[in-house]
Design a protein around this ligand. Structure first.
Ligand SMILES: Cc1cc2nc3c(=O)[nH]c(=O)nc-3n(C[C@H](O)[C@H](O)[C@H](O)COP(=O)(O)OP(=O)(O)OC[C@H]3O[C@@H](n4cnc5c(N)ncnc54)[C@H](O)[C@@H]3O)c2cc1C
Length: 287
């Protein structure tokens, strides 16, 4: 629900303050503001339509920082992409997220854009999403009366759509220290400031013979939301040759034509780059 009325602005400094406030604004249309790099350009395209209330969450201290615990890493939703790029912890445990942050936009946007914003924007091309899917991240959602945790693959339900209620926010992203290695690949139409034509993340573990013991691949820009390449992964894990397994990717993806690329191009480039990655970068003996 949006209007051309004057918009109210509220900037809570804690989740308690946010909760207290949210109880009183049930009837209003609300927009949450983090870095604003998706929200502000969208408003420019929306013919001046605004929500009744803008809640700027940038001062909520619980949503900042990257913290290490015994079994998990917790990333505050307001952590910027630049902070993720610079983080030694993220580089150590979640290589795909570190690489995705390095390929994200340009330096100005990286200093402003947040990981929570990238998730809630729920773009099929969001660069942080494949790594979060591949590492099976959980979102901590808080609302006026409760908080709960939800896997990212259940949190995003379509392009631009999540299960969040209008009075809820993501406060944290939880990632288990599973011991998986991971990598990320992005193909854009240019080197920087590019929306992905295809992106994907691979998380895996291997035994002493170099055989995969776990393998999880999530791809973006090839379906309405991020998809797991389960048919391809099952093929590789079951010993199907790489040339045969790669054809199974067609069962996992549903690309469309748009201004950046045709569906055929996305399909072909995803398969070619995946094949290259397995053969040359993961040095997998899939013949
Ligand atoms: C020039 C440019 C280049 C870009 N390049 C890339 C790129 O390379 N890769 C890429 O993936 N994206 C890119 N983007 C998109 C954008 O920068 C990212 O999606 C960014 O992570 C959004 O974060 P934000 O903090 O700015 O979100 P905002 O714009 O503040 O919010 C985005 C949406 O999420 C909601 N929201 C934000 N935080 C929360 C929260 N904690 N809880 C609940 N709802 C929340 C907002 O209400 C809004 O609907 C680019 C954008 C621009 C303008």
């Amino acid at each position: 629900m949006v209007s051309k009325n004057k918009m109210k602005y509220f900037r809570p400094s804690s989740t308690h303050e946010l909760h207290d406030y949210l109880v009183d604004v049930k009837e209003m249309s609300i927009a949450i503001l983090a870095g604003g790099t998706d929200l502000m350009p969208r408003w420019n395209d929306d013919n001046g339509l605004r929500p009744d209330m803008l809640i700027d969450i940038k001062k909520i201290h619980e949503c900042f920082g990257i913290r290490e615990y015994e079994n998990e890493i917790v990333i505050g939703a307001l952590t910027t992409i630049q902070e993720i790029k610079n983080s030694i912890l993220i580089q150590k445990y979640f290589g795909a997220l570190s690489e995705a942050a390095s390929h994200f936009a340009g330096v100005q946007i990286r200093h402003r854009a947040t990981i929570g914003g990238n998730i809630c924007n729920a773009s099929p091309a969001g660069d942080m999403l494949p790594g979060l899917y591949a590492h099976r991240a959980d979102m901590k959602v808080i609302g006026p009366n409760s908080s709960h945790s939800i896997p990212i693959s259940d949190f995003i339900v379509g392009p631009g759509k999540t299960v969040l209620e209008s009075n809820e926010i993501i406060s944290e992203i939880h990632l288990k220290k599973s011991g998986d290695s991971s990598c990320f690949y992005k193909l854009g139409l240019r080197q920087s400031m590019a929306i992905a034509v295809v992106n994907f993340a691979i998380a895996y573990t291997r035994d002493s013979n170099n055989a995969f013991t776990s393998l999880n691949i999530a791809a973006g820009s090839v379906a309405p939301s991020i998809v797991f390449l389960n048919h391809f992964t099952d093929g590789i894990m079951n010993g199907t040759s790489l040339d045969e397994a790669i054809e199974l990717v067609d069962k996992d993806i549903f690309p469309i034509d748009d201004i950046r690329a045709s569906a055929d191009y996305r399909r072909t480039v995803l398969k070619n780059v995946l094949k290259y990655t397995f053969r040359h970068e993961l040095h997998e003996n899939c013949e």
